[in-house]
Design a protein around this ligand. Structure first.
Ligand code: GLU
Length: 469
């Protein structure tokens, strides 16, 4: 049997972290079993769905590399099919028209609430044979007794009494089918045999199984994955900085870091933290997903991102870094090869945004000195080493790393200073702050003209400082 899983988001917002993890688990399960992964857009709620959100979901899936084998299917394109199935249920006496008024339903609900019971529809219209020309909804005739047992791959065995369920609406007065009906028809038609989704849907599962049974279908296997919490224990939301996955790209995360982070959210394999995609596919198992909710931890995501930045091919990182440089107003083609920059910065940044920020000085003059760095390293006492370095560097003909290294060494020796006493003022002069790659790499990448100009600027800064003293 071919395994088929699906991801079935409602396009009412971004592809958020929770959705992305559900998609990843479904995708991994399909890949692991050589199966099919289907993308289905559940857009029947016309008021809350938007084309923008569909695009955000598709874009997020593409960025994460969760490619689907079938779809995207849109539920709004399948209304004829849903109506066909509703008609079939009607013909078999498994569904019926109901014209109970809002007041009647509200009174019933209030009564139930008073008695602290679950509000349930009482089956009033079950045998009424309502005129089809009257406004009406259609309800599914849920079995009155018996138990629906769900052997959930994550939650284990969960049993629901039919007596607790009621006859749910499968078509609204306006003719539109409801969620539980469309999901059942789609899972059936798309031959989905493993449904992996958020555990907020667990209570829908017995209803869906009953409809499937009425249609003479076996139910798929289910895996309800627990929700993700923020570090304060509340359900993960925007308040925790949880946003659409594309925001992570904006913020300088690599897709493989986010995937690796998401796979570990509720799943573990010994104490392994780093998983390549191939390893995830090989080792992931839905049975091993935790029942308990997991907590989102931004520090860990940053740690993984740094790991992937460090260990990725510099050319790829350069390619991904380029747009972040662009956002700082830098065109990396007007300066040293970005790959060379990545090579010296790869160990120094947790995100691409940070890498762009700490690399900007290579392409353009910084606006002002970091106050602390200037105070410490552009003092009157630093004038001498800076002047000596300026002279030596101005005369340097070949601007190579080796020559730069030697120059700094020679200047230090001539002044009988430790190398750091020359390199650090030079660094602050050229970078504007106290941290940068090695001084030879730094000077090399900044280039002769800009280095000379900035050292002159630092000397002026020192002069002003002297005057103000
Ligand atoms: N469309 C539903 C949602 O976005 C998911 C339905 C399902 O997976 O069965 O929550």
């Amino acid at each position: 049997m071919t395994i088929s899983t699906r991801f079935a988001p409602s396009p009412t917002g971004y592809l958020h972290v929770g959705g992305a993890r559900t998609a990843l688990f479904s995708w991994l399960y399909a890949r692991k079993h050589g199966g099919q992964f289907v993308l289905r857009i559940e857009d029947t709620d016309l008021e809350r769905s938007s084309a923008e959100s569909v695009n955000a979901i598709l874009e997020g899936m593409t960025w994460l590399g969760l490619e689907y084998d079938q779809g995207p299917f849109y539920q709004t394109h399948r209304f004829d099919r849903y109506n066909e199935v509703i008609q079939q249920l009607m013909d078999q006496g498994l569904a019926y028209r109901c014209n109970c008024s809002r007041e009647r339903l509200d009174t019933m609900r209030d009564e139930a609430m008073k008695q602290k019971a679950k509000p349930r529809y009482d089956g009033h219209c079950r045998n009424q044979n309502i005129d089809p020309n009257e406004p009406h909804v259609i309800r599914f005739r849920n079995p009155e007794d018996g138990v629906v047992v769900v052997d959930d791959l994550v939650r284990g065995r969960v049993a629901f009494q039919n007596a607790e369920l009621d006859d749910l609406i499968i078509r609204r007065t306006d003719g539109s089918p409801t969620y539980n009906l469309t999901v059942v028809v789609d899972d059936m038609d798309m031959e989905i045999n493993v449904v992996i989704r958020g555990d907020d849907h667990l209570n829908n599962t017995p209803r869906q199984i009953n409809i499937l049974r009425a249609l003479g279908q076996d139910s798929p296997k289910y895996a309800h994955v627990p929700m993700i919490l923020g570090d304060d224990g509340a359900r993960l939301s925007k308040r925790h900085g949880a946003v659409g996955v594309m925001q992570y790209r904006e913020d300088g995360f690599l897709p493989e870091a986010l995937l690796n982070y998401l796979v570990r959210l509720g799943w573990s394999y010994g104490d392994q933290e780093i998983f390549s995609l191939d390893e995830m596919i090989e080792l992931f198992d839905i049975d091993a997903v935790n029942k308990a909710a997991s907590t989102f931890n931004t520090e860990k995501l940053l740690w993984l991102n740094q790991h992937y930045i460090k260990s990725s091919d510099p050319a790829r990182i350069a390619h991904l870094l380029s747009p972040h440089m662009g956002k700082l107003g830098i065109d990396p083609s007007q300066g040293p090869d970005l790959v060379e920059v990545v090579k010296v910065q790869q160990e120094r940044a947790k995100t691409l945004v940070e890498m762009a920020e700490i690399s900007a000085f290579i392409y353009k003059d910084f606006a002002e000195y970091d106050a602390k760095a200037a105070k410490k390293n552009l003092r009157p006492a630093d004038r001498k080493p800076l002047e000596a370095a300026l002279e030596a560097l101005t005369q340097l003909e070949e601007w190579t790393r080796e020559n730069l290294h030697q120059t700094v060494e020679q200047v230090s020796a001539a002044l009988e200073l430790k190398m750091g006493k020359v390199a650090q003022p030079l660094r602050v002069a050229v970078v504007g702050r106290a941290a940068s790659p090695g001084i030879d790499d730094t000077l090399y990448l900044v280039g002769k003209q800009a280095s000379v100009r900035r050292i002159q600027r630092a000397l002026e800064f020192i002069s002003q400082r002297e005057q103000n003293a």
